[in-house]
Design a protein around this ligand. Sequence first.
Ligand code: TPP
Ligand code: MG
Length: 307
Amino acid sequence: MARSWLEYKAPAWVQWCPGCGDFGILNAIYRAVAELDIPPERLVVVGGIGCSGRTTFYVKGSNAHALHGRAIPMATGIKLARPELTVIVAGGDGDLLGIGGGHFVALGRRNVDITVILFDNAVYGLTKGQAAPTLPAWIKTKALTSPNIHDNVNPVLLAFSAGYTFVARGYAYHTSQLKELIKTAVRHKGASFIDVLQPCPTYNNVMTNKWYEERIYYVGEDYDPIIRTREDFKEKLPAIMEKLLEFGDRIPLGILYWDQTKDSFEERLEKIMPGYMQAPPGTRRISVDGRPIVDPFEVFKDRVIVT
Ligand SMILES: Cc1ncc(C[n+]2csc(CCOP(=O)(O)OP(=O)(O)O)c2C)c(N)n1
Ligand SMILES: [Mg+2]
């Protein structure tokens, strides 16, 4: 029997504004990990800095709260040291696509088996509403003195180009659909990405629940985003591109791209380091009675420069 979501509810008081989309995402994470039956000690939620990053305080797990923009490198280290853990990154649009943009791309290139959940409210919520990389041009939210003159980055297209092998979009207030997307993303072996659109009722007074509800729709059963062979890729690419690019009067939700042909980074490591998966770095004994097994002076003796 699946676990109760209450097993994942940490005792910390949830400090988000009333109506924040983060509540919906948190709710979907609780229910997804409960239905996947992941023991809390084997669940690692890594957060960046932002309202979104606070998710690490609210989900019971072996979590980590990284510096601004650095959730992905920390999550990568944790996952590669202990590949049997379920690692989920929770970050904002500023955190993952602004200051952490380079790391976001690097994870796609590596295809490490991590799920990245983007809390996409198009503003820097925690620091009082500045324009984030996903805020479309010419929108003027209430904290801006004039309309935004930057073009917005398209997170799903960026994830696809970077190499993420599972790319989806959800809506924070549709928690049941989002829960299903999170479950599929976590089960996928490789870098998975979910762009979660979320109203910020305090600072984004333009992209409100009404604004989203007028635009969002779910891709239909006739849309097939699954790549099983290289031929599949060529054949399905035009339809996939159309969905990845669509963001305006209509915004597609659901699984947009799912490449099942690529090796994960862990599988690539196993190829060059046979036995890696059986004895990953995080499980190896490094000391006996507090004394290191390996003498670092011996290992680095050829590299020591004596002046
Ligand atoms: C190195 C560094 N630069 C800037 C900040 C200030 N800062 C904190 S959170 C944040 C952005 C938050 O926006 P986002 O990532 O979209 O998260 P949200 O609060 O919207 O969930 C910034 C710029 C910081 N904490 N550290
Ligand atoms: Mg944000």
